[in-house]
Design a protein. Structure first.
Length: 114
């Protein structure tokens, strides 16, 4: 099982980034997919989740700015992040869940700074 996150980087406040997470080793279409983030000195928190049917939910702090989507044909989940703020700076992790199975990717750093 592998979850390869990519797309992080340094961006100015107000800018945009698109994260991708390529999955392999399991049946991607049957898993709930999520993006979590962990800022320095803080606990990991859920940013966005998408179900197998495409239903989405977001943390209040990112609602209206972030969009999670999935492409089952490409075994990939995306996180489009717009209007980025300093407080969005964190390591972003993708997560796959089905029943008692939970897999994590290695994380990608997002830094919002002028």
């Amino acid at each position: 099982v592998q979850l390869q996150a990519s797309g992080g980087g340094l961006v100015q406040p107000g800018g945009s980034l698109r994260l991708s997470c390529l999955a392999s080793g399991f049946t991607f279409s049957t898993y709930f997919m999520s993006w979590y983030r962990q800022a320095p000195g803080k606990q990991r928190e859920l940013a966005a989740r998408i179900t197998i049917s495409g239903y989405t939910n977001y943390a209040d702090s990112v609602k209206g700015r972030f969009t999670i989507s999935r492409d089952n044909a490409k075994n990939t989940v995306y996180l489009q992040m717009n209007s980025l703020k300093h407080e969005d700076t964190a390591v972003y992790y993708c997560n796959a869940v089905y029943g008692s199975n939970s897999f994590w990717g290695q994380g990608t750093q997002v830094t919002v700074s002028s």
